[in-house]
Design a protein around this ligand. Structure first.
Ligand code: HH2
Length: 263
């Protein structure tokens, strides 16, 4: 899943793809590099981020969603917490709703059900503005699993098909560095829910805390290592900014885990 942030303020690529033509070019490039999903977002959810009103979020991403869905067949997921934005994006060609709030708005679950979209249900403690102020868990893996189980049940009750739901422990969303590491080490417990697991470690700050290195590019080796471990623990979809490098690393991991003949 290649990340495309059409925002002025995303933590690693804010402002880079804010012009529609730059966003579309990057989407096509990621598809060429081997991304099987393009995840388009118009609101940063980095720690401390302010919420963006729905009309502004839609204004940012509309031209990109429209152009990309016209130009290529790669599925588009829409990284939004807002029903109004997801609805418009689906009308214009997106087919997956990636909701970092875990479908907390009942209207979002109903939209996913009626449009038969796919969805990623993610765990977050609190909201982006406050989530990194002392996140607390007794057993982070069990609690995240329990939350995802509840949210999947709510989605099913709203009519979303079992096969349309992927889950994501939400690395960095209301978690300390050690809680992020524990979630990666315990990802098999999340995979035990029986839904495809999405994992987003790419360029996140806990990588620098562990590996050192101040520059963004210093986070690539740690991002790839964390993604490879996640895949051995049952992750199925890796959300990443550095698509070419990630595809190569995951091809290697797959070859070891499944054999070259099954790539
Ligand atoms: N991480 C980010 C945003 N959306 N969605 C899922 N399912 N999983 C994640 O881990 C995840 C996500 C944060 O990364 P990014 O989009 O690069 O930054 P920002 O929120 O600043 O735009």
């Amino acid at each position: 899943m290649g990340v495309l942030n059409v925002t002025p303020d995303s933590f690693s690529d804010g402002g880079r793809y804010a012009a529609p033509e730059d966003g579309v070019r990057r989407a096509l490039e990621m598809a060429d590099e081997g991304a099987s999903i393009i995840d388009v977002g118009g609101e940063s959810t980095r720690p401390g981020a302010e919420a963006v009103p729905a009309p502004e979020e839609w204004r940012r991403i509309a031209p990109v969603v429209e152009a990309v869905s016209r130009k290529i067949d790669v599925p588009i997921s829409i990284d939004t917490r807002k029903f109004e934005v997801a609805e418009k994006a689906i009308e214009r060609g997106a087919s997956i709703v990636n909701d970092v709030s875990g479908l907390s708005d009942p209207k979002m679950a109903r939209l996913v059900a009626t449009t038969r979209a796919g969805t990623v249900v993610m765990h977050m403690q609190g909201d982006p503005k406050t989530m990194q102020r002392r996140p607390r868990y007794v057993d982070v893996v069990r609690e995240v699993r329990g939350f995802l189980e509840d949210r999947v049940k709510a989605a099913r009750d709203a009519g979303v098909a079992q096969a349309s739901i992927a889950v994501d422990p939400g690395i960095g969303f209301g978690k300390t560095v050690d809680q992020n590491l524990a979630l990666l080490a315990g990802l098999d417990v999340i995979a035990g829910l029986g839904h495809p697991v999405v994992i987003g470690v790419s360029r996140k700050s806990f990588i620098s805390t562990v590996t050192g290195g101040d520059r963004l590019e210093d986070r690539l080796p740690g991002s790839l290592a964390a993604a490879a471990v996640a895949v051995t623990k049952g992750a199925n979809i890796v959300r990443a900014h550095d698509v070419a490098a990630t595809v190569r690393a995951m091809r290697m991991a797959d070859a070891v885990l499944r054999g070259r003949e099954n790539l």
